[in-house]
Design a protein around this ligand. Structure first.
Ligand SMILES: *Cc1c(COP(=O)(O)O)cnc(C)c1O
Length: 398
């Protein structure tokens, strides 16, 4: 925006102003979509004048166009500004992999929360392992106790709060303090909260990563990852991203920027609907536990109250033990809740998940099945009716 000075703007105002510059684009409100591979130079002098390493020059499509830069700048501003920089990637996984790879070399050690997104584990177990990087998985609720797992060669700690299946809220300030004592970087998967609900850098995080596919894009129609780094970690991470080459397309950057404008109002409604449904579920006889950070049942509930400014629309429930056939009867007949692995769009989703097949540090011991819900923007009473019908099918098949 043209007029940059004045007191700091509040988050909702930021969302409507960041990443756009009408004065540079014929007064048009939104930034244009630049499609580019080749960028041409009029003279040898201009060709040689390009300064590549700050990664803010337009010189080759893969390294970004003004559309990419607009999204990157917007996300960095939203994450607190102060010289932080955004890096857009073709997916959340691309963002996570390139960031983790930026901090480790052969012979190094990595600490990863047992609640981490499963493809992050696969990257550590199958890819990094080939290059001699050892990963230790730790109890997400370990807090300051993580100090005992630090080794002289521990270079990074991966945190995710809450876990996207099991919803443990990690004590990231305590973990960051222990990590920084041995010079390890703290890398956070902050997809659930977005910069609006969790200020990662205020809690000791060095690199905050978003699967922007989820709430930032918000409409289930594009893949996008965004990394936000401190000034100190930027070049290390940016070079790694450049080497992986997983550049996002300009149309998807545009969709992410467009999604960002309504992030706050969407999250507010996701939260309101999810809270109403979570309370309704809590009172159901079929439900053993509600794993939602705003509920006392959820490990780390007190940390969530201390460190987060709100909740989004994704949470899980543990059902009382039931047969596979009964659960299937419930899930197969849903009218509004669709079954799908992603989340963060406007529509509601429900999916059975099985952390016992994934975890290695802390066994998953719940007796009944775990079901994850993403609560969308539908009328909440219609959603509750859909779940009530589902429980009736479950009972009939039990
Ligand atoms: C979906 C997801 C990712 C990966 O993002 P993609 O954009 O799908 O690659 C990473 N972390 C969490 C917590 C996610 O839910």
């Amino acid at each position: 925006m043209a007029k940059k000075d004045g007191p700091p703007l509040k988050p909702d105002t930021l969302l409507t102003t960041i990443g756009r510059d009408p004065a540079a684009n014929f007064g048009i409100v939104n930034p244009p979509v630049y499609h580019a591979s080749t960028v041409t130079f009029p003279t040898v002098a201009a060709l040689e004048a390009v300064n590549r390493t700050p990664f803010d020059a337009v010189y080759y499509g893969r390294h970004g166009t003004p559309t990419t830069f607009a999204l990157q700048d917007a996300m960095a501003e939203l994450d607190g500004g102060q010289g932080r920089r955004g890096i857009a990637c073709g997916s959340g996984v691309a963002a996570l992999d390139a960031t983790i790879a930026a901090f480790v070399s052969a012979g190094d050690h990595l600490l990863v929360t047992d609640s981490a997104y499963d493809p992050t584990r696969r990257f550590c177990n199958e890819f990094l392992k080939k290059f001699g990087v050892e990963t230790t998985y730790y109890d997400p609720m370990i807090g300051a106790g993580i100090a005992a797992l630090m080794r002289p060669n521990t270079k990074a700690v991966v945190v995710e709060a809450p876990g996207s299946l099991t919803f443990e809220v990690q004590d990231i300030p305590a973990i960051a303090e222990a990590a920084h004592k041995v010079g390890a970087a703290v890398i956070m998967d902050n997809s659930w909260a977005t910069p609006l609900l969790y200020k990662a850098f205020d809690h000791g995080v060095d690199v905050s990563i978003y699967s922007a596919t989820k709430y930032v894009v918000g409409h289930s129609d594009a893949m996008m990852g965004v990394i936000v780094t401190t000034p100190e970690t930027f070049l290390q991470v940016r070079k790694s991203v450049a080497m992986f080459g997983a550049a996002p397309g300009p149309d998807d950057c545009y969709l992410a920027l467009r999604g960002l404008r309504t992030l706050s109002v969407r999250l507010e409604r996701h939260d309101k609907n999810a809270m109403k449904i979570a309370h309704w579920l809590k009172a159901r006889p079929e439900v053993a536990k509600v794993l939602h950070p705003a509920f006392a049942d959820c490990p780390g509930h007190d940390i969530w109250k201390r460190d987060f400014t709100g909740a989004s629309g994704l949470f899980s429930i543990v059902l009382n033990p039931t047969s596979k056939a009964a659960l299937t009867a419930m899930l197969d007949g849903m009218r509004l809740f669709a079954m799908g692995y992603s989340w963060g769009g406007y529509e509601s989703l429900i999916i059975p998940v099985n952390p016992s097949a994934i975890r290695t540090a802390v066994p998953w011991t719940a007796e009944g099945p775990l079901v994850r819900l993403h609560v969308g923007l539908e009328d909440v009473d219609d959603l509750i009716a859909d779940l009530a019908d589902g429980f009736a099918r479950l009972a009939a098949a039990s």
